[in-house]
Design a protein around this ligand. Structure first.
Ligand code: FES
Ligand code: FES
Length: 165
């Protein structure tokens, strides 16, 4: 039997009837069509499915959609505003923080959560902040550089962290 849930996703309340065992990542991708959140493993290892739940980075393949009922989810689609890339997205582009791009949405959401908590992180703090996110392409060096770059722009630039949670 389905459960009626209402989840605020990127600032908009989305209601649906879902099976109790539906994972949050499948709710986002298949029910809402938000395919920016990727599935790399389905076993809580890779972090490709990272989103924010009430502001905290979580692996959406590890959470049931019903657990998000009444809460706020932010996905990678919530980063850009009015056609403008978020400073984290711009920094990944500028610093070549991706190759195939599969890990990138999860990396950016982990970075977002990290920079909310630590606006001026050290390299070690950045590496801990993305420790739950695997990248098979880049060797992480440019991802770390991108997060450092984004942190600086967010601290010094006109834009606040922004996004729609
Ligand atoms: S798909 Fe969720 S951690 Fe890999
Ligand atoms: S850019 Fe390919 S997995 Fe990270």
């Amino acid at each position: 039997m389905g459960h009626r849930i209402a989840v605020t996703v990127n600032g908009t309340v989305r209601e649906a009837e879902v099976e109790p065992r539906l994972l949050l990542v499948h709710f986002l991708r298949e029910v809402l069509g938000l395919t920016g959140t990727h599935i790399g493993c389905d076993t809580t290892n890779c972090g490709a499915c990272t989103v924010l739940l009430d502001g905290r980075a979580v692996k959406s393949c590890t959470i049931f959609a019903v657990q998000a009922d009444g809460r706020a989810v932010m996905t990678v689609e919530g980063l850009a505003r009015d056609g403008q890339l978020h400073p984290i997205q711009e920094a990944f582009h500028r610093q070549h923080g991706l190759q195939c791009g599969f890990c990138t949405p999860g990396m950016m959401m982990a970075a977002y959560a990290l920079l909310q908590r630590l606006p001026d992180p050290t390299e070690e703090q950045i590496r801990w902040g993305i420790a739950g996110n695997l990248c098979r392409c880049t060797g992480y060096v440019n991802i770390v550089a991108a997060i450092k770059d984004a942190a600086e722009k967010l601290r010094t630039g006109p834009a606040a962290v922004g996004g729609r949670s």
